[in-house]
Design a protein around this ligand. Structure first.
Ligand SMILES: [Zn+2]
Length: 100
């Protein structure tokens, strides 16, 4: 599986007809040390911690996109399920559909 590099990610993505920004940061301000990403619903921004490896970065991206989907489509997905879906969705998209 070929995971994208940081420079391959789009600056923004569309989720539920809304535009979300995608930003890479050194750490999540105000977050715990082990946070790999953050989904800010207030300003429709997905933050991803850089320097965590391509696979982990992509799975974090999918994880935060799932939070954004929860928000935009008003559906609840348990955090456990979001974690469980990270890798299968990453494999589905990168393995079958396209790579960034
Ligand atoms: Zn989460």
């Amino acid at each position: 599986m070929k995971y994208p590099r940081i420079k391959d990610y789009p600056d923004s993505i569309n989720i539920g007809f809304k535009t979300w920004r995608v930003r890479f940061v050194k750490k999540i301000e105000g977050g715990e040390e082990d946070w790999r990403g953050y989904c800010s619903e207030e300003d429709r921004t997905i933050l991803i911690v850089s320097g965590q490896g391509r696979r982990s970065t992509y799975e974090t991206f999918i994880h935060e996109c799932l939070h954004a989907i929860e928000f935009e489509y008003k559906i609840n997905i348990s955090h456990k399920t979001i974690y469980e879906l990270e890798a299968p969705l990453a494999n589905l998209i990168l393995g079958n559909l396209y790579s960034l």
